[in-house]
Design a protein around this ligand. Structure first.
Ligand code: SAH
Ligand code: SF4
Length: 388
């Protein structure tokens, strides 16, 4: 007996309402008109009003928008969403470091970390992709396949979640705890440049979260053809994951170097729009024991960066289960840093907080302080941006 079940409708997922947090001002106005929530002649005014609710007040519910007519609020709620993604896990360390595991969808989870006393007040490390297509051999993300690019809304959501947790709404102009953003979480931001640029436009907007572009840093493993576009579209600060000073070694650590070798990368960096002594490139250099940490390599680094307005962040390697790499000894890192210091690069390593307990170098004592010291050191060094 042929009973046919029509599953085509049952299996089609219900369309997700558009989350307004990821739209530009123009897109927001257009979405309101398309949904027939406002007349075209009122769209810009209404979009400006909503923008302030979403990005200045951090609203997650249309019902709180007291200066919007009740029927309009209901119409908005029917068609659009302002919901935050789910925070699956939250860790708080004694020194104020916070880490969130955020679920953007089934199987789509990203980490976002806030570190106090970095930059002007505190920096948020955000992800741009889930997983990564590049397989840097020392990077844990590199062992995970790319799940997908994050949308602009999902990138903005990481800032919103942090602001929710820090109690930082409405967006303060002064005395903020979250003062800097670094794209140094999961993923390669230049492989998701459109969404990263749109998120930066939203985060930097003066009538919203209002974190200035000079306090937003994008870190890349060196996607040479996208560098100019990054600078032109975002005017963000640039960080380059260098990690080696010759092609042979860099190919092993950052396989993308086979496609874009150091000379090409350096040429693209020198051409980055707006570089000056006030707007320097940060070079990240992960300290791998016996691999890239000799004084000769420190000297080679100085030679390579000659003439480029640069800062150098030495990152203690953060080991993960299954890696063959080890972090350089502290003395080796200090010797490497001393060479850089003599060449005029100020404090390339931050004295890690909690150094007194570093000898233990394992889990922190209390359950709520699970972030490992090494991990914190690596994170701190990674996102070190100069205090202003
Ligand atoms: N994909 C981008 C941004 C994310 S990674 C990039 O590669 O630049 C942010 C920084 O952390 C990069 O400099 C990266 O090389 C470094 N990093 C990755 N894994 C690390 C580890 N296990 N220990 C220390 N630094 C690491
Ligand atoms: Fe990791 Fe960045 Fe390399 Fe991707 S590009 S594998 S995130 S270090």
């Amino acid at each position: 007996m042929g009973v046919t079940l029509d599953l085509s409708r049952a299996s089609a997922p219900a369309p997700m309402p558009i989350n307004l947090s990821g739209l530009s001002r123009a897109e927001l106005a257009a979405a309101l008109v398309a949904a027939e929530v406002v007349r075209p002649d009122k769209a810009r005014m209404r979009a400006t009003q909503l923008w302030r609710w979403i990005h200045h007040y951090g609203a997650t519910d249309f019902a709180t928008m007291t200066d919007v007519a009740k029927e309009t609020r209901a119409a908005l709620a029917e068609r659009f969403s302002l919901a935050r993604p789910e925070v699956v896990e939250r860790q708080l360390s004694r020194d104020g470091t916070r880490k969130w595991l955020i679920r953007m969808g089934p199987g789509v989870e990203v980490e976002t970390v806030y570190i106090p006393d970095v930059g002007r007040a505190g920096a948020l490390c955000v992800s741009s992709q889930v997983g990564c297509t590049l397989n840097c051999t020392f990077c844990h993300t590199g062992t995970q396949a790319l799940v997908r690019n994050l949308t602009a809304a999902e990138i903005v959501a990481q800032v919103q979640v942090a602001r929710d947790d820090l109690g930082e709404w409405p967006s303060p102009k002064e005395d903020r705890r979250l003062s800097n953003i670094v794209f140094m979480g999961m993923g390669e931001p230049l492989y998701n440049l459109d969404n990263v640029a749109q998120a930066i436009d939203i985060i930097a907007d003066n009538e919203g979260i209002a974190i200035s572009r000079r306090r937003i840093t994008v870190s890349t493993s060196g996607v040479v053809p996208q560098l100019a576009e990054l600078g032109e579209k975002t005017q963000a600060m640039l960080a380059i994951s260098l990690h080696a000073t010759n092609d042979e070694l860099r190919e092993k650590l950052v396989p993308l170097n086979k496609k874009y070798p150091i000379a090409e990368l350096m040429a693209a960096i020198r051409a980055y729009p707006g570089l000056s002594n006030a707007k320097r490139v940060t070079f990240e250099y992960v300290m791998l024991k016996g691999v890239n940490d000799s004084p000769a390599e420190a000297k080679a680094l100085v030679r390579l960066l000659k003439g480029v307005p640069a800062k150098i962040n030495l990152i203690p390697f953060n080991p993960w289960p299954g890696t063959d790499y080890e972090c350089s000894d502290w003395k080796t890192i200090e010797a490497f840093a001393a060479v850089l210091n003599r060449a005029g690069y100020a404090s390339p390593i931050r004295t890690p907080r909690g150094r007194d307990i570093l000898a233990a170098c394992g889990q922190l004592k209390s359950e709520s302080e699970r972030m490992r010291i090494r991990e914190r050191m690596a994170l701190e060094a990674m996102i070190a941006v100069p205090a202003e």
